[in-house]
Design a binder for this molecule. Structure first.
Ligand SMILES: O=C(O)CCC(=O)C(=O)O
Ligand SMILES: [Fe+2]
Length: 285
């Protein structure tokens, strides 16, 4: 599988046109970040990988309230491929749950710092898109109405990666934009017009991806590209794990889509999301 070239944006307005062109060509751009959250998180996440299944189950959806969740979500696929993740969602970041261990708290602090940093990156990307595409209704206005979810994903290496299902099967992200930081072994692959490519890995950078809603808002000018992550071989009892951090940005449920596009198919961002979740796997266009 070939690797696709992805433009690195230096976060200056002078190079914003090239950045947006990269989003148009590949659906992705690299953006440098000051701290590498994966480097910070890896140690703690690996140590937490010694938690037993029972421990992990305790953290599933515990203490969830209407603002979201903070917990381990444990998924066991049919052949035993595990994809465990720490899911830190908006409102609960500030809450202190009684069941959090010191390692959870450390990991949560790393996630909160990463959330801020990645959100700053996305803010600059929004502004650049507004300017470059001359959008009548700027997407920067969404920043006041945004809900974002940060996920720390931890994939466990498997015995037979070639015959194992993809822990993250091919899909597009439903939201506006997504920022991803992966560990140095990478793994993310993207489908561009029917051909799969490996995405490059660049230390100290986040990958920013076009989501389905941005494709809708830009009337297909920027396309949300299907992507996937294959299973990694288990090399030793604890090696072969993959860690990535993903920030999904989405307008709040009551955001009226008519503010960013003419004649929207859905009235609010919430209706859009409900429709997409009810029609999983259906392409947006
Ligand atoms: O783990 C990754 O690098 C990407 C995961 C992903 O695409 C997703 O959760 O939507
Ligand atoms: Fe995704």
């Amino acid at each position: 599988m070939d690797e696709i070239g992805v433009y690195t944006w230096d976060r200056t307005p002078a190079n914003a046109a090239d950045m947006v062109q990269s989003l148009r060509d590949t659906g992705y751009t690299f953006v440098p970040i000051a701290h590498d959250p994966i480097k910070d998180a890896l140690d703690t996440a690996q140590r937490m990988s010694t938690l037993t299944d029972e421990d992990l189950c305790r953290f599933v959806w515990e203490d969830v309230d209407e603002f979201g969740s903070l917990g381990w979500e444990k998924r066991v696929l049919t052949d035993g491929v595990r994809r465990d993740m720490l899911n830190v969602t908006g409102g609960l970041i500030a809450n202190d749950q009684h069941w959090l261990t010191d390692e959870h708290r450390r990991l949560r602090a790393i996630c909160v710092a990463a959330h801020h940093e990645l959100h700053a990156v996305l803010t600059e990307v929004y502004s650049a898109i507004d300017v470059q595409l001359c959008l009548d209704s700027p997407i920067t206005q969404l920043l006041d109405h945004e809900v974002s979810t940060l996920r720390l994903l931890w994939y466990v290496g498997v015995e037979q990666p070639d015959t194992s299902p993809y822990p993250t099967p091919p899909h597009t992200d439903l939201g506006l934009v997504t920022a991803v930081v992966q560990d140095l072994d990478g793994g993310l692959e993207v489908d561009i017009d029917g051909t799969w490519y490996r995405l490059p890995v660049r230390a100290g950078h986040a990958l920013v991806a076009v989501g389905d809603l941005l494709e809708v808002i830009t009337d297909g000018d920027l396309k949300s590209r299907p992507h996937r992550v294959p299973a990694r071989p288990r090399q030793a009892p604890d090696a072969g794990n993959r860690v990535s951090m993903v920030l999904f940005a989405h307008p709040a449920a009551d955001f009226e889509l008519a503010k960013t596009m003419a004649n929207p198919r859905w009235t609010t961002a919430g209706e859009y999301l409900s429709y997409r979740l009810a029609h999983k796997g259906e392409p947006i266009s």
